[in-house]
Design a protein around this ligand. Structure first.
Ligand SMILES: [Zn+2]
Length: 240
């Protein structure tokens, strides 16, 4: 799953899990993306690491039951690999789905009111999931298995509505976000390196990449495009 457009941090703690004890999950078997809340007695914000410890040490599972955890600040913490069945919704759901946990208790608080950033993060992750697994259906835990999860107050309708709007926008968007004028560099080496990269097609630069683009001159921003913090896509200008 390409998380490069996820606008919050993606954190991989390299959680300790017994991968050999987990059943494989093949993309063709994935029908649902199941959404959970943490659902503790308070509106808590446990890390993927804490949940992994709990699921291993208390529940006796091979590792965290969820494929990821969205924290109060919008960050996504990676959980069980997407290639392995989770433990979050009983059977047959576990063998047909990926599952994400949004930390907090949405039988106690209204997510959109208390943490709009966390709600936004969940919507954006849902869109990335939909782009990765075309045709996947987003469902609340309670639709597949008796439960109140993800909470009586979880704004499910708004969640799906926001997801649909953003997914449509993404589908209509081309991969071109910015064009740069090749050669508009103060340092010749930077221009040459960029030219070499263009030969391989559209490219993505991410935070931490060594290439210095600070002196690239952005000449065009495509209508309707937007720029994600820390990363942007550059493509050779058509016809040049
Ligand atoms: Zn649940």
């Amino acid at each position: 799953m390409n998380l490069s457009s996820f606008p919050y941090k993606v954190i991989d703690y390299k959680l300790k899990m017994n991968l050999n004890d987990m059943a494989d999950l093949k993309p063709k078997d994935i029908k649902y993306c199941v959404w959970h809340h943490e659902g503790a007695s308070k509106d808590t914000d446990s890390s993927a690491k804490q949940i992994n410890d709990y699921h291993r040490n208390v529940k006796g599972w091979a590792g965290i039951g969820y494929h990821g955890v969205i924290r109060h600040n919008g960050n996504l913490e990676l959980g069980r690999p997407l290639t392995k069945c989770g433990v979050h919704v009983g059977q047959p759901g576990n063998s047909q789905s990926i599952g994400y946990c949004i930390t907090g208790n949405f039988s106690l608080v209204k997510l959109q009111e208390v943490r709009p950033i966390q709600f936004d993060a969940a919507v954006r992750l849902a869109v990335i999931v939909s782009l990765t697994y075309p045709g996947i259906k987003h469902v609340p835990h309670r639709d597949l298995h008796p439960s109140e999860c993800p909470g009586k107050l979880f704004p499910w309708k708004e969640f799906i509505r926001e997801h649909d709007i953003l997914l449509n926008k993404e589908k209509n968007k081309k991969s071109i976000l910015y064009c740069v004028q090749v050669g508009a560099f103060a340092i010749r080496d930077n221009a040459l390196r960029l030219r070499d990269k263009f030969k391989a097609g559209p490219i993505t630069f991410s935070t931490g990449e060594k290439m210095d683009l600070t002196d690239a001159f952005i000449i065009e921003k495509k209508p309707g495009s937007f720029i994600m913090p820390g990363s942007f896509i550059i493509e050779k200008k058509p016809g040049s």
